[in-house]
Design a protein. Structure first.
Length: 391
C-alpha cells in the first residue's frame, strides 16, 4: 500500500484544491483520522495514524481506487501541502500509472450492464487472472468473445489493463471484486465459460476456498446450457475436495485430466513443470438451463440524528445462521456529520464499507455493498441497530 511517514501534519484548512485533486474533509476517529479525497471523479479516503513521534499517511484499504496512480497523486499532494519533515515515503508517483478512466477497468454496475444486456457475443470469465497471461491470450485469439477478469489484487488489475490497452484489445474488461459475491449478481444462463486457474488451495483453512457448494450453485446458474467451468490446480488435496463438490451437483458432466498441455500456461505453471509437479484439470459442463435471477433489494436507510448515534454508538458483532454484522468504528466530520465503518454479509463472502450519516440523509458512502441476499439480511439488521440508537 503506498504510504509515507511525516514528523508533523499541519492544521488542515479545507477544502483544498489543486489541479484535479481535492482534499475535502477530515473525519476524526479514536485511533486514526480519515481524509476524504477526490481525484477526478473518484472519491476515497487517506488515513492519518499517529505513532510515537510521527504520523503514517496511507490509502484507506476499503475505498482505495483500482487505479493506483490516483492514490499516488493524492499522497504526493498531501505530503507537499500539509506535512513537514517527511521521514520516509513509498508511494513514488509514476506518470505511467493509470489515472484516467479507461475502457478496461469497470465498476460493478458497468460490468453487469454489459453482461446482463448482452445479446450477441459469447462471454467468458476468469477468476483471479494474476499476471494476465491466460486472459490476454484468450482475448487475442477470440476477438468476437468478451473476456471478463475478476481480481482482488489491485496492482494486477492495473498492470493487465495497461497490457490490454497496449495490445489494443477491446474485448476485455477487468473488475476489482470478490468473484464469489459478484457471481450472485449475474443473471442466469449468460456465461459461456468460467476459468479458475491455480486458486490458493487454503489446505489449512478450507472455509476460505473459492470452491464451495454455494459458489458452484452460482457457477452452474450463470453458465449457459453446455457452458463449462475449468479448474486448474497443482494441489491434489484441493482437486480431490473440488471433485466431491462437483459430483454433488445435478445436471453436470465432469472430466478430469492430469498433466494436460493447454495452449497457454502461467509463469507459475512453467515453474512447477520444471519442478516436475503434477497439474490437474477439471472440466465441468453444465447440462441444465436455470431460472432467471431477480435481485431486487432495497438497500436504503431512514434518516437519523447524528448526535443520537454518537451518544449510543458501540462496537457490535452479531452472528446469524448464514450472515453476520460487525459495527467497528465511528469517525466525525462534525457533530452533525459522521461516518460508521462496518463489515457484514456471508461468513465466507464478507463486505466492508462505510455509512455516512448527516442531519438529512444516511447512505452507504463511496462503495455500496452488492445486492446479494445475505447482504440484504445484514442491511436490515443494520437498519434495526441504527433505529435503536436513534431513540
Amino acid at each position: 500500500m503506498p504510504n509515507f511517514t511525516t514528523r508533523k501534519v499541519k492544521v488542515l484548512s479545507l477544502p483544498f484544491k489543486k489541479d484535479d485533486i481535492e482534499i475535502l474533509q477530515i473525519a476524526k476517529g479514536r485511533m486514526l483520522d480519515l481524509v476524504l479525497v477526490k481525484v477526478g471523479d473518484e472519491e476515497f479516503f487517506l488515513t492519518i495514524k499517529p505513532t510515537k513521534d510521527s504520523f503514517l499517511i496511507k490509502g484507506e484499504k476499503i475505498t482505495r481506487p483500482s487505479k493506483v496512480g490516483l492514490l499516488q497523486k493524492a499522497l504526493e499532494l498531501f505530503s507537499v501541502e500539509f506535512c513537514e519533515e517527511i521521514l520516509s515515503s513509498a508511494f513514488g508517483y509514476n506518470k505511467n500509472s493509470l489515472i484516467e478512466n479507461n475502457s478496461i477497468i469497470k465498476s460493478e454496475k458497468e460490468l453487469l450492464e454489459i453482461i446482463n444486456g448482452n445479446k450477441k457475443s459469447k462471454i467468458c470469465i476468469e477468476i483471479g487472472f494474476g499476471s494476465g497471461r491466460h486472459i490476454l491470450y484468450r482475448a487475442k485469439e477470440n476477438k468476437d468473445t468478451i473476456f471478463i477478469g475478476i481480481e482482488i489484487y489491485k496492482p494486477a488489475i492495473e498492470q493487465v489493463a495497461k497490457l490490454a490497452l497496449k495490445e489494443e484489445l477491446n474485448n476485455i474488461y477487468l473488475i476489482d471484486n470478490d468473484a464469489r459475491i459478484f457471481l450472485n449478481l449475474i443473471d442466469s444462463n449468460k456465461i459461456e465459460k468460467i476459468y479458475l486457474h491455480f486458486p490458493i488451495p487454503w489446505n489449512d483453512a478450507p472455509h476460505r476456498r473459492v470452491i464451495s457448494e454455494e459458489f458452484l450453485m452460482d457457477v452452474q446458474r450463470v453458465l449457459k446450457k453446455d457452458g463449462s467451468f475449468e479448474l486448474r490446480s497443482d494441489s491434489r488435496e484441493y482437486v480431490d475436495f473440488s471433485i466431491l463438490k462437483f459430483l454433488d451437483r445435478n445436471g453436470v458432466e465432469v472430466e478430469i485430466f492430469k498433466n494436460k498441455d493447454l495452449e497457454i500456461s502461467s509463469k507459475y505453471e512453467d515453474r512447477w513443470k520444471k519442478q516436475q509437479k503434477d497439474i490437474y484439470d477439471i472440466f465441468v459442463k453444465n447440462k441444465v438451463e436455470s431460472l432467471s435471477l431477480k435481485n431486487e433489494y432495497n438497500m436504503d436507510f431512514d434518516t437519523y440524528s447524528p448526535k443520537k448515534i454518537i451518544n449510543s454508538f458501540e462496537n457490535i458483532t452479531k452472528k446469524f445462521d448464514d450472515f453476520f454484522i460487525h459495527i467497528e468504528d465511528m469517525y466525525k466530520f462534525n457533530d452533525n456529520d459522521i461516518v460508521i465503518k462496518f463489515s457484514f454479509g456471508g461468513f465466507n463472502t464478507p463486505e466492508n464499507g462505510f455509512i455516512r450519516i448527516s442531519k438529512n440523509s444516511a447512505e452507504y458512502f463511496i462503495k455500496k455493498p452488492l445486492m446479494t441476499k445475505r447482504n440484504y439480511k445484514a442491511h436490515c439488521e443494520l437498519r434495526e441497530i441504527l433505529a435503536k440508537w436513534n431513540k
